[in-house]
Design a protein around this ligand. Sequence first.
Ligand SMILES: CC[C@H](O)CC(=O)C(=O)O
Ligand SMILES: [Mn+2]
Length: 343
Amino acid sequence: MAGKKQIILTEVALRDGSHAIAHQYTTEQVTAIAKGLNEAGVPYIEVSHGDGLAGSSLQYGLSHTNEMELIEAAVSVCTISKVAVLLLPGVGTVSELKQAAQLGARMARIATHVTEADISAQHIASAKEIGMEVVGFLMMAHSAPTAKLVEQAKLMESYGADVVYVVDSAGALLPHKVKERITALRQHLSIDIGFHGHNNLSLAMANTLAAIDAGATRIDGSIRCLGAGAGNTQTEVLLAVLERLGMYTGVDLYKMMDLAEQVVAPILMVPQEITRDNLTLGYAGVYSSFLLHAQRAAQKFGVDARDILLEIGRKKVVGGQEDMIVDVAAELARRKEASHANR
Ligand SMILES: CC[C@H](O)CC(=O)C(=O)O
Ligand SMILES: [Mn+2]
């Protein structure tokens, strides 16, 4: 470790991956994955509904198992790893944050749209008050200019965040854009900077390396790419790459490879790959978590999921507006029918 650059990893498969399996994690699955991650020495493991604490709803998707049970299960097997939770102000409240902290969650990641950091003040302050480490998580970072991102990150820093993340929710950022954003944050902030990528354009690894190059030291990954859309930067692959680059994570590569192969792969509904719909998320700049919603609406209304996603991208729909996906699908179906009738 001496003299090596240290990268601190957060494994997000037990939260971001919840989107990919329609929030159907069981206690047994979470226990097995968290145990394996802990044994491998992963510093942080995020556990929550995909849309954060209290996300279980008709709008976002109902959880199979109450997330508090999942958090408790993860905490019970973690001796090294710290359990983190995600909270979107307005979806979850301080009350759920306190409940998670009582169960043993040690880090709170407070997530807002990239232009809406001001709604995180209360949640960041409360998380600090109850002794949690706090990350400010600026989502859809591709959709705002760098100066705006810096302004918003500074707000989170001023509220007490220990770390601010650039979150490429849509997997739409290109490496030079990541570099520009992280470089600017590094210049203007005193706290640590993190990066959370999605692989919809096959750029999660390149973007992560660009982020590290520009000064990010906190990095998210999902084992076996179990995250929304085409998944995140694949954790075990990232470990191998960082080792080759002479960087230190403290995480055991073989143990992560085995966990990915033996425990995580069987949980995936389909092997994680870049499909036409995943690719469209990145191309259109749409939230990765919208994928299953768009695919379901496409099937229901007999339209192409790509057309829905492109329209959602054009309309700049943000998290929380999942019902717009159904509106757009219905409108596309109406137009399709009208054009058939006019033939
Ligand atoms: C809707 C919450 C979202 O999944 C958070 C996240 O991981 C992202 O924006 O990429
Ligand atoms: Mn994500």
